[in-house]
Design a protein around this ligand. Structure first.
Ligand SMILES: [Zn+2]
Length: 467
């Protein structure tokens, strides 16, 4: 058995790992590499193996950095099964279409420039038709239901509490009567997050591939997050101003909406208009509604208390899909909370809301997710006095705050606790840390060694290991 790391190796993007067993090739995740344009262009278009020689793809969850390059694989001839939990399949359906739209628009912009320079136009990385073809290959299967991946390899999904439908993957391999278990963590979630269930523990494992995004960081608790959100809403109401929340459309938006709903029901915040202004967020919320079987006990109880109570729907919330209604929010003359994408303020309708509200000192910009380097979100968060929005410069006068506690990645302690639980139930031989910047992954590697894992690696892209 051979394991080779082709993505999220010493970085946090483009997850893709190749497991070879009994002459079969199994791909664990097929994520889009997101980063500097030129590098992303090359990495996403060129697979380091022949896509037609892959026998099965197993997805851990629907985030674009884990599933976003599946349509490229299919456009290059892959026709095998794409395994996913039902919610991962449903979320992939809307997220991959959204991604195709971005890919198609991206080349329009680049090709304009290339045409002027007399160069040949680029094809988009993939189109919506490649997405439709991919969706046809999906095979949905719930948690804890073993399935045969290829002869000699059985797999099952376990809840990992990171996003709706997210899972760790356990692979039981049989090579000429030698039995081994490989576990791929996907992205490890956290305990006590709104809506989502807690990560399930791994029963036994010989070789573990684990993420390390927050390998050397610590989060505030979900309760602290809730308290900050409440204070921000009270302040907005008192000042009769606007609270602007840039948020990822899938997952984070639904958590915030549910948290606000709970605060309203408990009479902890006054009634205030809430707008979710993002077509993708609106679609994603529909999919959240389709999967109450995945909610944690609190959210399921919340559904029970009064018939037809909807975690994501209540009197004061409006979901905005069309552009006209989105524009109308610019002229709103009463206090409001506006939740809009993209989460790092790189594109989308959030830009219009920032433009309209960032120069007013009574307003608040509330960040609820990670802001990568060089993004507009990061600039605002670092309180640059002047920031560029849609080609013009704006002075940042609004209050800027952030909440760390909604992160759906386990922090340093969370990862080690999850690992420890697996160690106590089995004889873990090798641990591979992926999906983390080098520094964080190394810090976690040291801690894992101290915790008794005999061999820990932070593989480079392309590095292969015999198991
Ligand atoms: Zn993820």
């Amino acid at each position: 058995m051979k394991l080779q790391f082709w993505g999220a190796a010493q970085t946090v993007t483009g997850s893709m790992h190749l497991l070879q067993v009994n002459g079969y090739n199994i791909l664990l995740d097929c994520g889009l590499y997101q980063g500097r344009r030129k590098k992303a262009f090359e990495i996403n278009r060129t697979f380091p193996f022949d896509p037609t020689k892959i026998d099965a793809v197993i997805l851990s969850h629907a985030h674009i950095d884990h599933a976003g390059n599946v349509p490229s694989l299919v456009s290059k001839g892959y026709r095998g099964p794409i395994w996913a939990t039902p919610a991962t399949r449903d979320l992939s359906a809307i997220m991959l279409q959204d991604s195709a739209y971005i890919q198609e628009n991206d080349v329009i912009y680049v090709n304009k420039r290339r045409k002027k320079q007399g160069q040949k136009p680029f094809e988009p990385l993939y189109t919506k038709f490649d997405v439709f073809e991919s969706l046809n290959l999906f095979q949905s299967i719930g948690y804890n239901r073993p399935f045969e991946v290829v002869p000699g390899v059985k797999a099952h999904y376990r809840e990992i509490g990171h996003m709706l439908g997210s899972a760790s993957v356990s692979l039981d391999t049989d090579e000429y009567g030698q039995f081994k278990r490989v576990v791929y963590s996907g992205d490890v979630g956290r305990h006590n997050l709104p809506i989502l269930r807690d990560p399930a523990l791994v029963e036994s494992v010989d070789f573990m591939i684990m993420e390390s995004t927050y390998g050397q960081r610590f989060h505030e608790t979900p309760d602290q997050a809730r308290a900050t959100l409440k204070r921000a809403v009270l302040d907005t109401h008192k000042k009769q101003s606007k609270l602007i929340i840039p948020s990822f459309a899938v997952g984070r938006t639904q958590e915030i909406v549910y948290a606000l709903h709970e605060l309203i029901i408990n009479n902890e915040i006054p009634k205030i208009d809430i707008f979710v202004d993002s077509p993708l967020a609106v679609n994603a919320t529909e999919i959240f509604r389709l999967h109450p079987e995945l909610y944690d006990r609190n959210t399921q109880d919340f559904l029970d208390e009064i018939n037809s109570r909807d975690p994501f729907g209540f009197d004061s919330i409006t979901y905005v899909r069309d552009v006209e209604n989105s524009k109308a929010l610019n002229n709103l003359d009463r206090p409001a909370i506006i939740i809009s994408a993209s989460g790092m303020c790189e594109a989308g309708r959030i830009l219009h809301h920032l433009k309209n509200n960032i120069t007013n000192p009574h307003n608040t910009i509330l960040f609820v997710g990670y802001q990568a380097e060089h993004t507009l979100g990061r600039k605002i968060l670092e309180r640059h006095s002047i920031v560029p929005i849609l080609g013009e410069e704006y002075t940042v006068k609004a209050r800027v705050i952030k909440i760390d506690g909604y992160s759906t990645h386990a922090d340093h302690n969370g990862l080690l606790d999850w690992l420890k639980a697996a160690q106590t139930r089995s004889d873990l031989k090798k641990l591979f840390l992926v999906h983390g910047e080098l520094e964080g992954a190394r810090a976690l590697a040291n801690a894992a060694r101290m915790q008794g894992v005999p061999e820990v690696y932070v593989p480079e892209r392309g590095q292969a290991f015999k198991l």
